[in-house]
Each structure stands twice: as structure tokens, then as C-alpha cells.
Design a protein around this ligand. Structure first.
Ligand code: VG1
Ligand code: CO
Length: 538
């Protein structure tokens, strides 16, 4: 039966780039998750009797919080909860289920690319009825409720059995336990030419997919191996584990090194891909070539009409500000608008809802389209497979031909992880103070702190990253991560455009060497952080 439990506010429950993320040990404090979930409900109106989707990436503590969320949804008056079997749903699959069932919203339990396990991270995020992450107006509302909360509603009942698919009633609410993969896989079949991809595989094309011990394993096994016919064993690390099998489920050159070595060193497959903890990111590698996420977005935008779901063409492209300008060049050639948004998928929702953009991307291994309102790892993999099957060219040829046509945007991101928070804030403040003085130096023609005016709802978001913009189109961007849980992470993004195909074969760090040195110098990175070099380079 419904009961009211008294509680006291916790500090620091402000959602970041993508929901509330903290150490598991923080979430394990009594009432911590309950406070945040009740604050979500308290910031919403009109959900009585409506549907809520719940699921998570299977990381440590997922099992417990799924049960908590179900009890609280029942006590707060939702009419129906749809939950993934065993509490599992990838982020894009959750987005799809919200849309398909016209749900009021969804609660996604994930800390995405952050490590899992008892000493790792956990997270909770709310998505609205369009299937997308709640906009800042709502996340700020949730945060303000966390500061004054005095009680939450739950029901006194045993854990529900989520092992089997089916429908049960709990405290007057309908609980539907669904297979996490089925509806998502059916959606993919409407977007891509599975027969064409099957023919490519029959012709001897091979791939390797790294599930990184996280949520995409079951999706990749079903779609790539069972439905498309890739050989068994194509998917590695394909079982979701609470600690991701010790993997740091961030699909990049550092954390997906085994996969990258198979493609880049051993050249053992035609195509390689990986996804992150919650299945919304993608890493794309070809035989002997790594495709930067920014290039991947541009190449997808230029070729996606080859996939049946997009044969009518696209309406526009959107990219986060730090993402390279490669997509802008495609948009210009196609006569489309390219929107530049702050970091985080929540800023794409309005553009997608208004049909102003069809495809969106971030440099942080995120790509997606209007099929859901989240970035989508397997979607990007299937899009690449559809393009490869249609064009019958290798990944390397597609990439180098793209550069020939549009020019190459050399691009890198340097992360300085777990630096002291106060020092990182001091670094950013110093940089902001220096902006006017930097203009005119080193060929910098503009230096500012990025602000975004949403063209749909008119909202303004400020302080989204310091930009040094050079006369020749190069850029250096600085911002602090909004997803980390220890200290601060300084992200420095560097980009340089090269039109001349004779100069497209340079090694990226080499091509960007001058900008890299300048980035350290202008921000006095060593002075503020004590670091001579970044911890992760992508
Ligand atoms: C990072 C990425 C950002 C992405 C966000 C969520 O944020 O830079 O592009 O949208 O993670 O991705 P930040 O604030 O740490 O730079 V996921 O796959 O972790 O939900
Ligand atoms: Co993610």
C-alpha cells in the first residue's frame, strides 16, 4: 500500500550534461535515489494514469533502483509502467519505447560511458514524451525540488519478478515486462536495407563488434548475428555485466584498444564498431582507418539517402559546438542548414521535433537521427553497413573520397581527467578573463564563451565553452565535463581545415601540433593543473 516516507534533502543533486551521475556509494545512501526520483515526479504535471518507461544499462545497482522506481511510479499514480526484462534497456531503445507507446516519459538508469561496479558510477535521467532527455528548464526544476524535498511516496511491496516477459498488476498499476530488443530491432528494419547488408555479408565482408560488457551485447547479437547473418563470434564482450567485465565502457581508441588493434594493426576485419555502457555511442573503424566521430557524422549526412528510411532526403544537420565543421561543409553543399548546439543530446530535441534537422552528432562518439530522441550506437553501425553495402567500397575509400570532395577537418580532443576542481575552475576563469586580449594574437580573430539561442523555443543557454576561433578556420575549444564524478575533467578540442588532398594523409596529432601547443599555452594548463599532457586523446 502507498506510504509516505519522510526524508531530508541531499546536496548536489543537480543533473549534468546527461542526468544525475554520482558514485554508486553516493546513490547507495538511504533515500538518495528516492529523493531524486520523487523530485522528478514533483516537477511534472498530469501523469496520473499515464505510462512511464523504466530501464537501465545493467550496471551495478541497476537491479535495486529499477525496483525502487517501479514502486514509486505506482505510489505516485502512474497507470502503467513498461520495463525491460531484467530491468534492462539501452538508452535509444528506451527512447523508442516512450515514443512507440506514447508514454508520458521515461526514467533511464545509466551513467553511460562511466565505469561501473560497486566502486564505479551510477546515474538517473528523465526523458519526456518525445523520447528525449529533459530540457534544462525541467532539469533545473527537478534540482530545485531536490533542495526542499521532505517526503517521497512509495508502496510497501516485495520486489517484482522481472525475469519473465509478461503483464502483472501491482498496487493498481499495470506493469509490462518487455523484451528489451524486439521493438528496437523492428524499428531498425524499417530504416535499413537488411537484404542488401545480408548480400554484403554473403560476399565475404566481415566485422567485429565490441559490446564492452555493457548493454548493447544483446542488441548486437540479435541484430548483427541472428538477423543479418554475421558469423557467431562477431560480437565480443556481448554479455551485459554489472561491472562491465572490468571494461571502461567508453568506445574510443583508448578503452576499445583491443578492437582497434584488430582493425588498425592486425587488419583482421573489414569493419569494426563498439558502443558504450548504455548503447548510445558508437566507434567506427575500418581496416587500417579510424573514422573520427565528426567525420562519421559528415559522411553519414552525405550518404544517408542510401538507406530506405531516409531515401526522401534530410531536412538539416545539427552538431554540438565542439564537433568539427566537417558536417557544415556537407550541409552547405546540399543547401541545408547546419545547427550548432551546446554539448549534450537534450539540445537536439527541439530541432528534431520541429523537423529542422534529420541527423545530429557529437564529437564524443554520438550520432543519431529523428528515429528516436537519443543518440544511437547501433543505428550508426547499421547506417555505415547500409552505406558500405550500397556503395560497395571500403571504409577507407569512402573516407578518403569524402575528404577529396569536401576537404579534411583534422580533429582531436585532449582530456585532462580528474584534475582538482578549484584549479579547473580557476583555469576557466582565467581564460574567460583573457578573451578580449587574445583577439589579434596568433591569428585569433574571435574569442568568446559559447551561448546558444534555441531557434524553436527561444531559450538561451550561456557558458557552454570557451572558443578561440582563428582566421584560417581553425578552432580551439575548452570546456569542463558535465558527466564526471571525480574532480573535474578539462576537455580541449582542436580542429584545422585542410582543403588540399595532397595534405590529407598526415597523422592527426602531427597535423594539429601547433594548435596543441598553443592550447596548453593560452590556458596555462600545466600551471593550473600540474599536468604536462592529457590523460586521454581521441
Ligand atoms: C559527454 C560528452 C557529450 C555527451 C555526454 C553524454 O559530456 O562530451 O558530448 O553528450 O557525455 O554522453 P561531458 O559534459 O562529459 O563532456 V553519454 O553516452 O555519457 O550519455
Ligand atoms: Co552513453
Amino acid at each position: 500500500m502507498a506510504e509516505i516516507v519522510s526524508t531530508k534533502p541531499f546536496d548536489g543533486q543537480r543533473p549534468g550534461t546527461s542526468g544525475l551521475r554520482k558514485k554508486v556509494t553516493v546513490f547507495q545512501q538511504p533515500h538518495y535515489a528516492e529523493n531524486f526520483i520523487q523530485s522528478i515526479f514533483d516537477s511534472l504535471e498530469g501523469f496520473a494514469g499515464k505510462t512511464l518507461v523504466i530501464g537501465g544499462d545493467g550496471r551495478y545497482y541497476n537491479r535495486e533502483v529499477v525496483q525502487t522506481a517501479i514502486r514509486m511510479a505506482a505510489a505516485n499514480g502512474f497507470g502503467r509502467v513498461i520495463v525491460g526484462q531484467n530491468g534492462l534497456l539501452s538508452t535509444p531503445a528506451a527512447s523508442h519505447l516512450i515514443r512507440k507507446n506514447e508514454a508520458f516519459g521515461g526514467i533511464i538508469l545509466s551513467a553511460s560511458h562511466n565505469p561501473g561496479g560497486p566502486d564505479g558510477d551510477f546515474g538517473i535521467k528523465y526523458n519526456g514524451s518525445n523520447g528525449g532527455p529533459a530540457p534544462e528548464k525541467i532539469t533545473e526544476e527537478i534540482f530545485s525540488h531536490t533542495k526542499t524535498i521532505s517526503a517521497y511516496k512509495t508502496i510497501n511491496s516485495a520486489d517484482v519478478d522481472l525475469n519473465a516477459v509478461g503483464t502483472i498488476q501491482i498496487a493498481g498499476m499495470t506493469l509490462e515486462v518487455v523484451d528489451p530488443v524486439t521493438d528496437y530491432a523492428a524499428l531498425m528494419q524499417t530504416l535499413f536495407d537488411f537484404n542488401l547488408i545480408r548480400a554484403l555479408i554473403k560476399s565475404g565482408f566481415t566485422m567485429k563488434f565490441d559490446g564492452m560488457g555493457a548493454i548493447t551485447g544483446p542488441y548486437a547479437h540479435r541484430i548483427l548475428e541472428d538477423m543479418l547473418g554475421f558469423a557467431k563470434g562477431t560480437v565480443m564482450n556481448g554479455v551485459p555485466l554489472p561491472d562491465f567485465g572490468g571494461h571502461h565502457p567508453d568506445p574510443n581508441l583508448v578503452h576499445a584498444k583491443d578492437l582497434c588493434d584488430m582493425l588498425l594493426v592486425q587488419k583482421a576485419y573489414d569493419f569494426g564498431a563498439a558502443s558504450d555502457g548504455d548503447g548510445d555511442r558508437n566507434l567506427i573503424v575500418g581496416k587500417n582507418i579510424y573514422v573520427t566521430p565528426s567525420d562519421s557524422l559528415a559522411i553519414i549526412a552525405a550518404n544517408m539517402h542510401l538507406a530506405p528510411g531516409y531515401k526522401g532526403g534530410i531536412t538539416g544537420i545539427a552538431r554540438s559546438m565542439p564537433t568539427s565543421g566537417a558536417a557544415d561543409r556537407v550541409a552547405a553543399k546540399m543547401g541545408l542548414r547546419c545547427y550548432e548546439t551546446p554539448t549534450g543530446w537534450k539540445f537536439f530535441g527541439n530541432l528534431l521535433d520541429a523537423n529542422m534537422a534529420t541527423v545530429c552528432g557529437e564529437e564524443s562518439f554520438g550520432t543519431g537521427s529523428n528515429h528516436v530522441r537519443e543518440k544511437d550506437g547501433l543505428w550508426a553501425v547499421l547506417m555505415w553497413l547500409n552505406i558500405l553495402a550500397s556503395r560497395k567500397l571500403s571504409v577507407a575509400t569512402i573516407v578518403t573520397e569524402h575528404w577529396k570532395e569536401f576537404g579534411r577537418n583534422y580533429y582531436t580532443r585532449h582530456d585532462y581527467e580528474e584534475v582538482d576542481l578549484d584549479s579547473a575552475n580557476a583555469l576557466m576563469k582565467n581564460l574567460r578573463d583573457q578573451l578580449p586580449a587574445l583577439v589579434g594574437q596568433h591569428g585569433i580573430h574571435k574569442a568568446d564563451d559559447f551561448a546558444y539561442d534555441d531557434p524553436v523555443d527561444g531559450s538561451r543557454t550561456t557558458g557552454q565553452g570557451v572558443r578561440l576561433l582563428f582566421e584560417n578556420g581553425s578552432r580551439i575549444i575548452y570546456r569542463l565535463s558535465g558527466t564526471g564524478t571525480a574532480g573535474a575533467t578539462l576537455r580541449v578540442y582542436m580542429e584545422k581545415y585542410e582543403a588540399n588532398p595532397q595534405r590529407h594523409e598526415m597523422e592527426t596529432q602531427h597535423a594539429l601540433f601547433d594548435l596543441i601547443l598553443m592550447s596548453r599555452d593560452c590556458a596555462k594548463i600545466e600551471k593550473y593543473t600540474g599536468r604536462k599532457a592529457p590523460t586521454v586523446i581521441t
